[in-house]
Design a binder for this molecule. Structure first.
Ligand code: NAP
Length: 487
């Protein structure tokens, strides 16, 4: 880490005497000598800036904590030395202790780096409170979304995005330029009223993943519980058969593909529903219900969770033969065969079945991997809209079809035998196939020319006469849908 700090992040950030921040340029001050201040000053010095840190008790700060070249002074001295930029790297509850510096801070740019203490607390944002305390200074909110660690690691690790807002555009552009020179990607979020969102941004935990993770978890619980009941508990209660050893691996491995298949179907179902809504309404200028809107926004997360289950299923399946139980079962089968005098056991039908279901599974997994890779922003950004829809929609349905075939070949004709329904419970792969088959049939139905052309027309802006506004009148009042509802 130390070696990183010795070299500037960007080639362009080499000291330039003509630019602010060059050796002869203005000094940047930081109030507070804590973790954030240390990391920020190290980054600033590495990028060729002169830094002064203002502490309540500069002598108490242990030597060597700050990089060479950083001056440690009192808060007042540090603020006086700053020509324009002053970072307030103290907690917001201590802002009031700085009011004695109002005069020295007059006309300067105060950069507020604080985070919110909780989500949806309401009230004033820290930056707005700081602006109220220092009306003669211009306050810029920024750098709080970068941790002290990311500041040190710079371009190599952590988030590179710096969210910035301020009511003073001149001060804001100075901080935006500074963020660029430090090797970060500044994002201008407008006026200071955006500071609450910026302060809360680092506290939000995977906002779009809650619903998809819960859905996947509930599906897992359902299928695992079903298999436990059908294959373990009922046989034990009924015949005293002890299959509990299947719980940690075999049952999990049967649950995972079922969850993966249903979750993949849930990725494509909302697109079909959106198409049905548009066809039924005869217009695209009507918003989808909220639940469908939210569902459409979570397709990527559902797809990635489906991929995760498929990966785990592949790994579990490869480990099946490593189990001690598999070894015993093989020996027992061989012994029974010897006893029965069977010399050559070969069932052509079973050979085809296993090869076909393995092949479909591998192909489906490969296509699913491609989908997961293209959902990465860095890869997705390299595709144009048509390429992206081809991969996500075209290849997505290919993955769904191959996964369905994998399950069908696995099931073979066993579903037609009464023995496949112990305690009147169907095999789990049959349950898992219901929704994916409905989605695939729905997609095929929508590919009928009469429906496909009508839908394409609606998506280009055509409206059925009952929705069309009379001539010379405003278009319909409803907002256009936020999603194209692609099928
Ligand atoms: P810290 O290590 O606790 O440092 C805070 C500094 O504030 C202290 O070193 C102290 O400096 C000063 N201070 C303490 N009590 C004070 C008081 N009563 N009055 C005035 N000053 C006082 O905290 P930090 O991690 O650097 O965080 C500082 C700010 O940066 C916070 O607002 C935080 O939300 C924000 N931030 C931190 C991180 C991070 O990763 N650490 C990331 C983003 C944003 P002196 O003793 O020298 O005066």
């Amino acid at each position: 880490m130390q070696t990183d700090m010795k070299t500037p992040l960007l080639p362009s950030s080499a000291p330039d005497p003509s630019e602010p921040g060059g050796p002869g340029g203005p000094v940047i001050s930081i109030i507070g000598s804590g973790d954030f201040s240390r990391s920020l000053s190290a980054r600033l010095v590495a990028c060729g800036f002169r830094v002064v840190v203002g502490s309540r008790a500069p002598r108490r700060v242990a030597g060597g904590l700050f990089p060479a070249g950083v001056e440690l002074l009192t808060q007042r001295e540090a603020v006086e030395r700053a020509e324009r930029l002053v970072f307030t790297a103290v907690y917001p509850e201590h802002y009031h202790t700085l009011v004695g510096l109002r005069e020295q801070l007059e006309g300067k740019v105060l950069v507020d780096v604080s985070n919110a203490t909780g989500l949806n607390r309401g009230g004033q944002a820290n930056a707005e409170r700081l602006a109220e305390l220092f009306p003669q200074s211009s306050v810029v909110k920024g750098f709080n979304s970068v941790s002290a660690w990311a500041l040190q690691a710079g371009a190599h690790d952590g988030s590179r995005q710096v969210l910035i807002c301020s009511d003073c555009s001149d001060s804001k552009s100075t901080v935006l330029q500074l963020a660029c020179r430090l090797g970060f990607s500044p994002v201008d979020l407008g006026g200071l009223c955006a500071s609450r969102d910026i302060e809360e941004a680092p506290l939000i935990l995977f906002p779009s993943w809650g619903g998809p993770v819960l859905t996947t978890f509930l599906l897992f619980l359902f299928f695992y519980g079903y298999l436990f009941l059908r294959n373990i508990l009922l046989p034990y209660l009924d015949e005293g058969r002890n299959n509990f050893y299947e719980l940690p691996l075999v049952t999990v491995n049967e649950t995972l593909p079922a969850v993966s298949l249903v979750t993949l179907a849930l990725v494509y179902l909302p697109g079909l529903l959106a198409a049905v809504f548009q066809l039924g309404r005869g217009t695209k200028y009507k918003r989808f219900p909220d639940w469908l809107d939210r569902w459409l926004c979570r397709r990527k997360e559902l797809g990635l969770l489906s991929f995760l289950c498929a990966v785990l299923h592949a790994v579990y399946s490869m480990c099946l033969t490593l189990r001690r139980a598999a070894g015993y079962n093989l020996l027992n089968a061989a012994y029974r065969q010897v006893k029965a005098g069977v010399e050559h056991s070969w069932s052509e039908q079973m050979v085809w079945r296993s090869d076909l279901y393995l092949s479909c599974g591998i192909l489906g997994f490969g296509v699913l991997t491609l989908l997961a890779i293209t959902s990465l922003p860095s890869v997705g950004n390299a595709l144009n809209w048509r390429e992206f829809t081809f991969v996500q929609s075209g290849l997505g349905y290919a993955a769904l079809t191959l996964s369905i075939m994998h399950a069908l070949f696995f099931g073979w004709d066993f579903a037609f035998f009464p023995g496949a329904y112990p305690y009147y419970l169907p095999p789990v792969y049959l349950l898992a196939l219901v929704l994916p088959c409905v989605v695939l049939l729905g997609r095929t139905f929508l590919a009928l020319p009469c429906l496909m052309f009508r839908l394409a027309k609606i998506r280009r802006g055509w409206e059925s006469p009952r929705h069309r506004p009379p001539n010379n009148q405003e278009p319909p009042e409803e907002d256009p849908p936020r999603h194209p509802g692609d099928v």
